[in-house]
Write a protein that binds this ligand. Sequence first.
Ligand SMILES: CC(C)(COP(=O)(O)OP(=O)(O)OC[C@H]1O[C@@H](n2cnc3c(N)ncnc32)[C@H](O)[C@@H]1OP(=O)(O)O)[C@@H](O)C(=O)NCCC(=O)NCCS
Length: 202
Amino acid sequence: MARPDALSQRVAHLRVPLRGPRVALVPTERSFVPEYVRLLSEPSVARWTLRIPYPYSARDARQWVAFSAKNRRTGSALGLTIVRRTDGAVMGGVGLHHLDGGSECAEVGYWLGKPFRGHGYATEAVSILVRAGFERLRLHRIEALVLPRNLASRRVLSRCGFRYEGRIRDEVQKEGRWQTTLLFSRLVTDPGPPRRRSRPRA
Ligand SMILES: CC(C)(COP(=O)(O)OP(=O)(O)OC[C@H]1O[C@@H](n2cnc3c(N)ncnc32)[C@H](O)[C@@H]1OP(=O)(O)O)[C@@H](O)C(=O)NCCC(=O)NCCS
């Protein structure tokens, strides 16, 4: 078993950007603040996620930039921005948190701004991060928690080779109500996702 701090060191030393055919995962940056605010100033992201506030202010975005830079330096979490490679457009975020060096496990989270949905960008971003998580951070297990009616997110996970494990009853409180979440995971030893049909490229 790895020493508890070995995973943090690997996170802190991970070389970014991580690149796929159409998207790159880059560190959060102060210059992206207006884009984060623009994309998060409509309610659909906060509706389906647990930690992103709404309404979303420039102050929230600046705090996020500072927080994720600190986490990356200390290796306690990895929060990255999804940008489109053709034009550098900021599209969303993807990250690994709840990193546990003892069990070599982490939880993946992601979101995409509304104008960029429906082109497979989220699937590509999560795939890239999962591959880096297994190959470069040497994780054994990556988990994801999803609200049951978030069908797009469930589809992304299935496309990325995650398996459904079960319901976690009343796992979190959201908007003052207990919410049951669905737990998905992928192990380093799991086979990759089935090959997909080709899809139109954006
Ligand atoms: C979840 C999210 C990132 C997906 O973004 P996206 O651009 O739709 O993702 P992709 O295009 O890569 O893939 C989405 C898949 O879900 C499918 N999908 C989209 N909406 C759907 C719906 N309402 N019902 C069923 N499937 C749906 C798409 O057809 C696609 O499947 P395909 O590849 O087989 O065609 C985006 O909807 C989002 O940011 N939502 C708000 C934040 C969020 O939910 N984050 C995840 C928290 S667990």
